[in-house]
Design a protein around this ligand. Structure first.
Ligand SMILES: Cc1ncc(COP(=O)(O)O)c(C=O)c1O
Length: 402
């Protein structure tokens, strides 16, 4: 049993979060509210850079910066050497993708629910390298069919399996422990997009059996925008995988016609990066770890269930989330209404939600027969009373129009 959050603890966490006194923030799946220690870490480093110079500030903060790799390692149950700092989750993902030695006809196996930019990348790779994209069938209740995954891995020998743990556009959680156990039997490389799960639910790469895992700082980890990270397994490092555009951080140029890639995951980094954001990301990961990711996940699930239950009581509205396991991405549509107008009316009451459109998830939305959804994503710092206020305002919007 995980220890529940007390009222006092939630009050303290909200006090730590300046945004909580200004808005009802139900958009942690977009970008969450940063807590004060994260804001401080960023601001203090920028101030230091202003005072002593950028390179000089980095030298002064070397120890703290290396603490980022330890923190991310602890988050994912791996070593600091297996972590690379990146500009965002897509950057992490594409660096890993670019390291796979694809030949014409090689298969990338993915799902109907993989993230939009990953799907675009597969199409772009097909155009340039002649790779072929195949998709695992979905199970009747949503999420991938594990038997079909096994079958396709066995029959197609894909070069890469790409799974998005939690899609951006629905509350689905893919069964990644089971997926990891299946893919382990084959020599297919496995890239896991954990952008929405990092900070929302526990992640253990030893159990996940992935070769790469990509994540971002700003969502459920409550870090800054413009920062992310990549887990690179020992297997991927030992195979000599390296990003296509490796730079002087990832490798040493040792002779006119020769470079030597770094031994650890910094092989996947760029020389230039935002030190202040790296320190902010470190603070955000430590903040989450101090609270406890399993406790965070328990409260998030409670608040997501609470929100779904209240939404279900509104007849005009259609909830869209499907899957054996659901998370704190709650999506719904309201026939006869316009997404942007709903979002704007809620924003005028200081309630933050976002809109999601068919072009973000065409396979899923075509199956569901919808053009748009409103996405609501509470985090542990949200209160039931905030969700009640959101529901009350949503009802007013719907009933005023009728
Ligand atoms: C599932 C998923 N993967 C990847 C991304 C891309 O993350 P970033 O914007 O940090 O590149 C997102 C962003 O919303 C996402 O939801």
């Amino acid at each position: 049993m995980t220890e529940e959050f007390s009222i006092n603890e939630i009050a303290r966490l909200r006090d730590d979060t300046p945004g909580c006194s200004h808005v009802v923030h139900l958009n942690s799946a977009g970008a969450s509210l940063m807590p004060q220690p994260v804001i401080n870490a960023i601001q203090e480093h920028i101030k230091l850079e202003g005072n002593v110079g950028g390179y000089e500030a980095a030298a002064l903060m070397e120890k703290q910066q290396s603490g980022f790799y330890d923190a991310a390692g602890r988050l994912l149950n791996t070593k600091a050497q297996n972590i690379a700092y990146t500009a965002n989750a897509t950057d992490a993902y594409t660096r890993a993708l670019s390291s796979v030695l694809f030949k014409t006809g090689d298969i990338i196996l993915t799902t109907d629910d993989d993230y939009v930019s990953n799907q675009i990348n597969f199409l772009s790779m097909a155009k340039r390298f002649g790779t072929v994209t195949k998709r695992v069938k979905n199970a009747p209740g949503g999420g991938i069919d594990l038997d079909d995954l096994d079958k396709q891995l066995k029959e197609l020998h894909p070069k890469l399996l790409s799974i998005t743990h939690i899609p951006t556009n629905s509350g689905l959680v893919q069964p990644v422990e089971e997926i990891g156990a299946i893919v382990k039997k084959y020599d297919t490389l496995y890239l896991l997009d954990a952008c929405q799960s990092a900070g929302q639910k526990p992640l253990d790469v030893e159990q996940l059996n992935c070769d790469f895992l990509s994540a971002t700082a700003r969502k459920f980890l409550r870090g800054p925008r413009g920062a992310g990270f990549l887990y690179v397994s020992d297997n991927a490092l030992d195979l000599g995988l390296e990003p296509l555009f490796i730079d002087m951080r990832g490798a040493d140029w040792v002779e006119k016609d020769k470079y030597l890639p770094r031994k650890d995951a910094t092989r996947f980094e760029d020389w230039e990066s935002a030190c202040a954001l790296l320190l902010g990301t470190k603070a955000a990961i430590e903040y989450s770890l101090n609270i406890g990711i399993d406790r965070i996940w328990a409260r998030i699930k409670y608040l997501a269930d609470y929100t779904r239950q209240k939404l279900q009581e509104i007849d005009e509205l259609r909830l869209l989330d499907e899957g054996q396991e659901l998370c704190s991405i709650i999506t719904f549509t309201i026939p006869g209404f316009e997404a942007e107008a709903i979002k704007d009316k809620l924003a005028s009451k200081k309630i933050n939600v976002v809109t999601s459109y068919r072009i973000f998830a065409i396979i899923d939305y075509d199956k569901k027969g919808v053009q748009w959804a409103i996405r609501v994503s509470p985090h542990y710092f949200n209160l039931e009373s905030e969700i009640d206020f959101f529901i009350e305002q949503l009802k007013l919007i719907i009933h005023k129009k009728r």
